[in-house]
Design a protein around this ligand. Structure first.
Ligand code: ADP
Ligand code: MG
Length: 233
């Protein structure tokens, strides 16, 4: 095994689990231990209904676990009130979803600028940061195109730029290539690999073993149980 230089932990799960209250109660995430260090590219792979979105929503501070201790960047998230959780999420986490979640009538640059609309960053600065993020994802020449006029691959790159613009410590992606044809998916995966190479910490959940194999480390989720899988490729 090649030793890896692990950075400080970004994600620390100690017995973290989530049972939806129901009725009937659904144990969607069984108590798990998980460490993801700075700069890692981890994929979480499992079939539909296995708990991937639940895992991502807990990790992304959208849902509170019903048990265990979750530390993000060393911060015990259970101790935080709603406002502090929201602020922590905004500063540290970028989300990328299967269905892009862009405003169709707005341009690429406007969509990316919206990510920081409530941060108090002045508009001109937001625009400059959005332009920079779009350049980073290879969309320098498509900034003024409306999202509705972009291809699926371009839309996903806009969504990735929007996720990156606040310089998060963690990028969380839920089936990021689920709506893309295979050639386009390949380019988006290449972009995620480039981000990893530049030091970004990435967690990608997917049902697709081909996508899962792109991670430097793969975790399997089945019936809400996380298990470390084999290292990709
Ligand atoms: P995946 O993303 O892998 O398809 P999910 O995390 O969406 O899986 O769902 C995991 C399990 O939890 C499934 O059995 C699903 O039906 C259930 N589930 C998801 N959300 C809720 C909810 N809000 N209330 C009750 N059960 C839920
Ligand atoms: Mg899901």
């Amino acid at each position: 095994m090649i030793p890896t230089l692990a950075g400080p932990p970004v994600i620390e799960f100690d017995g973290v689990g989530l049972t939806y209250p129901g009725p009937p109660p659904v144990p969607a995430l069984h108590p798990a231990r998980l460490r993801v260090s700075r700069g890692e590219f981890v994929t979480v792979v499992g079939p539909s209904g296995s708990g991937k979105s639940t895992f991502l929503n807990v990790t992304g501070l959208l849902d509170r676990p019903t048990e265990g201790v979750y530390r993000l960047d060393g911060i015990d998230t259970a101790a935080l009130g709603e406002a502090d959780r929201t602020a922590l999420r905004g500063r540290r986490i970028g989300f990328v979803f299967q269905s892009f979640h862009l405003l169709p009538q707005r341009t690429a640059v406007e969509n990316v600028m919206l990510a920081q609309v409530y941060t108090g960053v002045p508009r001109r600065r937001r625009r400059a940061l959005a332009v920079e993020a779009l350049e980073r994802v290879g969309l320098a020449r498509r900034m003024e195109a409306a999202a509705s006029r972009m291809s699926g691959g371009e839309r996903q790159r806009v969504a990735i730029a929007r996720a990156l613009v606040g310089e998060p410590s963690l990028l969380l992606c839920d089936e990021p290539t689920g709506n893309l044809d295979s050639g386009t998916a390949e380019r988006v995966l290449g972009l995620l690999e480039d981000l990893h190479a530049s030091g970004m910490t990435l967690v990608v959940v997917t049902h697709d073993p081909g996508v899962a194999a792109r991670g430097a480390r793969s975790v399997v989720i089945r019936d809400g149980r996380l298990t470390e899988g084999l290292t990709g490729a």
